[in-house]
Design a protein around this ligand. Structure first.
Ligand SMILES: [Zn+2]
Length: 96
């Protein structure tokens, strides 16, 4: 699994331009599983429009795009659930 440092580097790179498909998916999987990076990504302001620009950037493969879109939806749902959960738990500082 990708390290958090690499994940945040990709988040930063993402602000400058689109990541490769591989980078995008790698980052997304990490963020999906890593609470600290999810918060970090929120701070990057990326959560709101998670995914959409990257779906457009994908190569012409319906199958890939569909699979990717499903992953984005899952990630978005998961993030929403977790952030609501986190909010109800109050402010905890978790730097793992
Ligand atoms: Zn992480």
């Amino acid at each position: 699994m990708m390290m958090c440092r690499a994940a945040t580097r990709l988040m930063s790179k993402q602000l400058d331009g689109p990541l490769s498909v591989r980078e995008t998916l790698t980052l997304r999987v990490h963020v999906m599983m890593c609470k600290a990076c999810r918060r970090c990504q929120q701070q990057f302001g990326m959560l709101h429009d998670l995914g959409d620009p990257f779906i457009d950037a994908l190569p012409d493969s319906d199958e890939n795009a569909q699979r990717h879109r499903q992953a984005v939806e899952q990630a978005r749902k998961l993030s929403d659930d977790r952030s609501q959960q986190a909010r109800s738990e109050g402010n905890e500082n978790n730097d793992t």
